[in-house]
Write a protein that binds this ligand. Structure first.
Ligand code: MV4
Length: 597
């Protein structure tokens, strides 16, 4: 086994890799950019080296800087994680030529499988079904037309170096050929420095199934079952699960065997993923990802196999310690990517300080992250701040557990996609498991996302725009021996210190004694009592009208919030001068409801 591993990555995956090292007694080296001086992966590592400015191209993608850090640290292996340099065959080759071992597939295998038509040939040669298409690049638009006449439309024109949806163009009819052919070539050139393209019949409503593979230097290839990544938005995976709810046992076995045989044809070692499209009970090879993937924990949870440890072991020359027959798929797991994004604003990235970070726990809950409360989340890298992985005995239990865990997950300070996930785990299509890769982009009503964010998004005050001064206080009060949490917010007013003498502890949180000192906001002298909504909700009934006399403690309204009916009472009593809301209206926290004098 290695002595010391440098992890050429950041965030949760860097920590994930270091955790595996820790358990194997291997020392860990982090690299970090200027923006990541205090990041979670730096805190976790035994030692850490600055590799350059915030911009990834100048730090995490700077091959010389990373190799230099490995030399300085005297590391004997480099793990690339995912993204950044993970699928860069040239970097892999440079590591292979250095004093360090590359913890990944051989550079040569990466190169062969990275070119899509080469990968298609390899798989076809091994008897693995591929999407009907060309196994050689096409040079001229007339070849697209000929392909259309033979196989029909739509046709996918794909960039040879492509992947992840970039450089793929769909042709619906002959008149679109010229334009889409040129566009695919342009994108291929721009993104992958390769304007070569090939053709496939375009499958219109497939499911995306991928098989986890591990291979060693002794000729052993194992598959660890499949993950279903059909729930994706604009080629970004949102939720992944295993096993797939859309595969029969027979299809599952055939797909697993195909992946294993296909990879067995190459001199592949280490972890990898073979991607397939599944439609109408048929499966077709799509591409091979030559890295550990974001969603690998789904497989770890249902197999009990630590895939990152396997990567380290096989890279160190050890033989895989289990047979294919030993791989047992048990129960069900789902992974939810916790991205700092506002799902109601087209998933726009969000940034800010993690004011609250309170992850879920309990049975079947795993959180892979590299952040802690108080961290600043910037926009320098991708928006994923954590992954929630939930496992259970079966899919239904997994969904219920996920709903519970997502409800527990408290993140304040900026928007995350948690409300969107809460919508998904109660969504009819997703819970039925009948969704295809088109579901989010083409079928889901965006208004449902907006409502989910409104209901379950971060607390107003903390997510609001910065120019408004918002003073928020939380109190715990007891009424007739029952505990209530009360939040007050003052808008537009300068922050008032919440009273002296407590020696600077707590910042005004949970101060039961402050309730009586500071509640002057509900009684402005001379204007009578104004009753405000204490939470966002719907007015179920209005019990008073203008001119009515009410006694202290009388119920004036019933407000439904969080599935509970709440009696709103007039604290001081008086004459009702204004009723500002009607039955059925929805109100926000802080809205005035009734004025009394
Ligand atoms: C396809 C396809 C349908 N037919 N190829 C998109 C990303 C790239 N890895 C391949 N992709 C697709 N290739 C044919 N012949 C549909 C997709 C596709 C997709 C694939 C996997 C996961 C999500 C997807 C979302 C849209 C389209």
């Amino acid at each position: 086994m290695f002595r010391k591993v440098l992890v050429a990555n950041r965030g949760e995956i860097a920590v994930r890799v270091m955790r595996a090292c820790e358990e194997l007694g291997v020392r860990t080296v982090a690299v970090y950019s200027e923006a990541d001086k205090h990041a979670g992966h730096v805190r976790y590592a035994d030692e850490a080296y600055n590799v350059g400015p915030a911009r990834a191209a100048d730090s995490y993608l700077d091959q010389d800087a990373i190799l230099e850090a490995a030399r300085k640290a005297d590391a004997d292996a480099i793990h690339p994680g995912y993204g950044f340099m993970a699928e860069n065959a040239r970097f892999a080759a440079r590591v292979e030529d250095s004093e360090c071992t590359w913890i990944g597939p051989p550079a040569e295998a990466m190169e062969r499988l990275g070119e899509k038509t080469k990968a298609r040939k390899v798989m076809q040669g091994a008897g693995v079904p591929v999407v009907p298409g060309t196994t050689d690049p096409v040079e001229d638009p007339s070849e697209v037309e000929a392909f259309g006449e033979e196989h029909g439309y739509p046709i996918a024109i794909k960039a040879e170096g492509g992947g992840g949806g970039r450089g793929m163009k769909i042709v619906e009819s002959p008149d679109e050929i010229e334009e889409q052919f040129a566009a695919a070539k342009r994108e291929g050139e721009a993104y992958f420095d390769n304007d070569s393209v090939y053709l496939e019949r375009f499958l219109e409503a497939p499911r995306h199934i991928e098989v986890q593979i591990v291979a060693d230097h002794h000729g052993n290839v194992r598959h660890l079952g499949e993950r279903d990544c059909s729930l994706q938005r604009r080629h970004q995976k949102v939720v992944e699960e295993g096993p797939s709810p859309a595969l029969s046992d027979d299809l599952r076995e055939r797909i697993g065997d195909a992946a294993r045989t296909g990879v067995g044809e190459t001199d592949y070692t280490n972890a990898g993923t073979v991607e397939f499209l599944v439609e109408d009970g048929e499966f077709y090879f799509l591409e091979v990802n030559t890295r550990i993937q974001v969603e690998h924990p789904v497989t770890e949870e249902i197999t009990g196999i630590d895939i990152v440890k396997e990567q380290l072991r096989v890279a160190a020359g050890e033989e895989i310690g289990f047979a294919q027959a030993d791989v047992d798929i048990e129960g069900h797991a789902m992974e939810f990517r916790i991205n700092a994004e506002n799902a109601a604003r087209d998933f726009a990235p969000a940034t800010g300080r993690l004011e609250t970070y309170d992850p879920p726990g309990g049975i079947g809950v795993r959180v892979d992250d590299a952040v802690r409360q108080g961290d600043d989340i910037g926009g320098d890298y991708d928006s994923m701040i954590a992954k929630l992985i939930v496992s259970a005995g079966d899919r239904d239990e997994c969904l219920a557990r996920a709903e519970r865990a997502l409800r527990e997950f408290d993140i304040q300070g900026f928007h995350t996609v948690i409300p969107f996930h809460r919508l998904m785990v109660t969504d009819e299509q997703f819970t039925a498991g009948t969704h295809t890769t088109n579901y989010l982009d083409e079928e889901l009503d965006p208004e449902r996302i907006e409502r989910a964010v409104e209901r379950w998004g971060p607390d107003e005050a903390e997510a609001d725009d910065e120019d408004e001064t918002v003073t928020e206080r939380e109190f715990t009060v007891e009424v007739n021996g029952k505990r209530f949490d009360v939040e007050l917010e003052e808008r537009g007013a300068p922050a008032i210190p919440t009273g002296g003498g407590d020696g600077g502890g707590g910042g005004g949180l949970s101060r039961p004694d402050a309730a009586t000192e500071d509640d002057e906001e509900s009684v402005a002298p001379g204007e009578g009592e104004q009753i405000h909504a204490e939470m966002q909700g719907t007015i179920l009934s209005v019990e008073v009208a203008a001119g009515d006399e009410v006694a202290p403690g009388d119920v004036v309204l019933v407000l439904e919030a969080m599935k509970m009916e709440n009696d709103i009472v007039a604290e001081n009593g008086g004459t009702v001068t204004e009723v500002l809301v009607g039955e059925g209206e929805s109100v926000d926290m802080g809205d005035p409801l009734i004025v009394l004098e």
